[in-house]
Design a protein around this ligand. Structure first.
Ligand code: HEC
Ligand code: HEC
Length: 205
């Protein structure tokens, strides 16, 4: 007689813990995103190649970046102004909202696609550049459990800008929160390779 009840309790506990694990409310996030749409678009597909798409990005990655802008651990004058007044719950809600949207991939430049694909899928062993695919996945979906962001369809100018910053040693986060992986990955990328792989990523889906 007790068995079905136990089963129901277990399901309820599971459902409740998943809501907590997720943390953000996408509907609340939509309301809070009114100040973001001017640059990141109504649906998280940005309206300029300089501004990143947020659509379809992992909620955990988005929340990490918003927190890093707020603390100044990821430095950007525009984004610092945007996040200064956000609470932790605002950040979770915004992250849940954008994560639930779908990214609209762009197109890669035909002249760059060969080199871009070679770097993305195989790296450049001669220069010690690892394959991007190893962490970001063959179709650019990334891996939220490991903190590897999705790259598929990302705007090429934005990607080239962050790769140039990583090449110059930029590390997002400080202390235990620092993630120095990309500074290591990008330090030996040439400018030509940065252009090519950024274009390839824009067309990746
Ligand atoms: C005036 C234009 C503008 C507005 C408005 C704006 N952003 Fe941004 N956003 C940017 C730019 C530019 C970057 C890239 C900054 C950099 O290079 O670090 C960025 C980066 C981001 C990133 C990091 C993306 C990544 O892939 O790492 C997130 C997350 C983000 N913005 C969320 C928001 C949210 C949420 C809002 C509204 C509260 C917002 N932005 C408002 C311009 C804007
Ligand atoms: C060993 C794993 C690993 C490899 C290999 C790797 N990445 Fe990354 N990448 C990461 C991690 C982790 C982050 C997020 C860093 C953070 O959150 O501080 C990241 C972030 C990025 C970002 C920023 C995304 C955004 O939305 O702002 C870009 C762009 C990027 N990687 C491109 C590349 C390219 C291009 C290559 C291949 C040349 C590559 N990565 C290889 C782990 C990796």
């Amino acid at each position: 007689m007790n068995k079905p009840r136990l089963g129901l309790t277990a399901i309820l506990i599971l459902a409740v813990s998943q809501v907590f694990a997720q943390g953000g409310d996408p509907e609340a996030g939509q309301t809070k995103a009114v100040t973001c749409v001017a640059c990141h678009g109504q649906d998280g597909n940005s309206i300029s190649a300089e501004w990143p798409n947020l659509a379809g990005q992992h909620a955990s990655y988005l929340a990490r970046q918003l927190t890093l802008y707020r603390s100044g651990e990821r430095q950007n004058a525009i984004m610092l102004g945007m996040v200064a007044a956000l609470s932790d719950q605002d950040i979770l809600d915004l992250a849940a909202f954008y994560a639930a949207k779908e990214v609209k991939p762009g197109v890669a430049d035909d002249a760059l696609i060969g080199l871009g694909q070679q770097i993305y899928q195989g790296g450049n062993a001669a220069n010690g550049v690892p394959a991007c695919m190893a962490c970001h996945g063959p179709s650019g979906k990334g891996n939220p459990a490991s903190g590897y962001p999705a790259l598929a369809g990302q705007k090429d100018r934005y990607t080239a800008t962050v790769l140039a910053a990583f090449k110059n040693g930029a590390v997002w986060g400080k202390g235990d929160n620092a993630n120095a992986v990309m500074a290591m990955v990008a330090k030996n990328l040439t400018e030509e390779e940065i252009e090519a792989v950024s274009s390839y990523i824009q067309g990746l889906h």
